[in-house]
Design a protein around this ligand. Structure first.
Ligand SMILES: [Zn+2]
Length: 209
């Protein structure tokens, strides 16, 4: 179970998962630097269930889990002074399985996106779009670097921030990226297609009356 950063919209779902699912390890960005009630509640469940905690940053070695490889790209160890905003310290990692790859980006913005360009050869066929599709993330240069075919956007239906932003959707459209949104499509499942040699996405459409 991974907490990219300790903001409430990322913690609250994990409270249920930590309490009700079998969790092998809990991973978070180092240091979490959060003392909110949500975070304390999460850590209390993790302690109670004796779930091992691992603090991750970019210099950690890649890890092999169940045939997949996880590569850690961000945050760098010394970046907490430079980026006090928790969003910018989101854990960014790439999950590689056979010929497919998924890039997880938390809520990073364009400044941190640029820092990722130092990692070459990071094409990922699926991108978890940063920061719920904010227009201050997903720069054209970043989309070129990640070069996804599929974009996943996590956003609440009718959310007051009006995310995902029109600008982000336009940038994805320009790159001919297929977009899946939790606000419109519900749960999105990724399945590795052996024949195609890449991940494909499946919608579970919700119907609003
Ligand atoms: Zn968020």
């Amino acid at each position: 179970m991974v907490l990219t950063h300790a903001h409430p919209d990322h913690i609250q779902g994990l409270l249920y998962i930590a309490d009700n699912f079998k969790v092998g390890e809990f991973w978070e960005s180092r240091p979490a630097m959060d003392d909110s009630e949500n975070y304390r509640n999460l850590r209390a469940i993790i302690d109670k269930r004796k779930i091992p905690v691992r603090e991750i940053h970019a210099s950690d070695h890649q890890m092999d889990i169940g045939g997949a490889r996880l590569e850690f790209l961000w945050p760098e160890a010394d970046s907490s002074n430079q980026y006090p905003d928790l969003n910018q310290r989101s854990l960014v990692f790439r999950l590689v399985y056979e010929k497919g790859a998924v890039l997880f980006t938390g809520d990073i913005g364009m400044e941190v996106e640029k820092r990722l360009f130092a990692h070459k050869g990071q094409q990922s066929n699926v991108l978890k779009v940063p920061h719920h599709g904010s227009r201050y993330s997903s720069s054209p240069e970043f989309l070129h670097w990640a070069s996804p075919e599929i974009a996943l956007i996590s956003a609440g239906y009718g959310n007051s921030f009006h995310l995902p932003a029109e600008q982000t959707l336009a940038r994805l459209k320009e790159k001919h990226v297929e977009v899946y949104r939790t606000d419109l499509n519900g749960t999105i499942r990724l399945i590795y297609d052996e024949g195609k040699g890449k991940f494909i996405a499946r919608r579970q459409n919700w119907h609003f009356n």
